[in-house]
Ligand binder design. Sequence first.
Ligand code: URA
Length: 185
Amino acid sequence: MSEWDSLVNSILNCKRCRLSQYRRNPVPGEGNVNAGVMFIGEAPGEKEDETGRPFVGAAGKLLTELIESTGFKRGDVYITNIVKCRPPGNRDPEDDEIESCLPYLLKQIELIKPRLIVALGRHAARTLFRLGGLKWVNMSMMHGRSYNAVINGLQVVIIPTFHPAAALYNPGLKDELRRDFEEVI
Ligand code: URA
């Protein structure tokens, strides 16, 4: 079995944290495993839990549209989340759940070796900044800029931006999100 297949297998059978009791399907991620660009969200929602695929609900529709606005196709990039299982009722992931799931994300980054990571929302951004040894302040100050980081020995650029779900019902935020995609991705 390839390293990638064995990683996906571990995620599909994971019982490292309490989220394994509530999930229907773990959501490892999808896309091009040789991608130069990774999009990393927070955690699966209801549709993702149902299908085992990341960003397939309303927020996913907006994300796909934003990705395509940059000239990429959804299948050209790799899309995943910090936490691979849905928190009950879509609550925020807790710190110990993020921690238990991190080895999977680190292995994905090690195997994909992206040059660019787009962190969607504050949970993804603060986690990736910590992994990259950078100080996270807040999204309103830090979104839409490129930050050089080293994650597990890999030199990457992290771009934090708003979570598409937060932008769905907030036209001002949606405009900022679109601008971040147009200007820096
Ligand atoms: N929100 C996320 O952060 N990730 C998904 O996969 C879907 C919604």
